[in-house]
Design a protein. Structure first.
Length: 147
């Protein structure tokens, strides 16, 4: 089982309404489709699964209104034993689910790569970071008076 590739297909960012005050940030990832593909590995073509995803970050000041959003659409190229991949594809076509071990590996790659991209995009558009970043908290120096 291995991830062979990660490709962005499309990204979209939009500032719908200026942000001010408290902003709620939510991230979501969904698998849109899974299909068979062939890639060349060495001298041979190998069967792989092409897993298309959509990652989104929404910035909202109320539940009804989204002020800004970042949307990244891409694909993960996944390889495993050919009989297992056929089983994965059948399961996807039947109930739009993949086995837990496959989803864990695929989603971790999507989240890692997409969060980094969304962080860079958020800086370009002056949006708050979509993931919490570490902060330094410098305590105020105590002033003492000796007299």
């Amino acid at each position: 089982m291995a991830i062979l590739g990660f490709n962005k297909i499309k990204q979209h960012v939009e500032l719908v309404k200026a942000l001010s005050g408290k902003v709620s940030i939510s991230n979501n990832v969904s698998i849109k489709e899974v299909n068979e593909a062939k890639v060349t590995l060495g001298k041979e073509k190998q069967d792989v699964l092409r897993i298309v995803f959509e990652f989104s970050t929404n910035y909202a000041q109320s539940k009804e209104i989204i002020n800004a959003f970042i949307k990244i659409t891409g694909e993960v190229i996944f390889h495993d034993d050919s009989t297992k991949m056929k089983t994965y594809l059948k399961q996807w076509n039947k109930d739009k689910k993949l086995p837990r071990v496959v989803m864990e590996e695929v989603l971790n790659v999507i989240l890692t790569r997409s969060n980094i991209d969304a962080l860079n995009i958020s800086q370009d558009f002056n949006l708050p970071p979509p993931i919490p970043l570490p902060k330094i908290n410098v305590e105020k120096e105590s002033q003492s008076y000796i007299g």
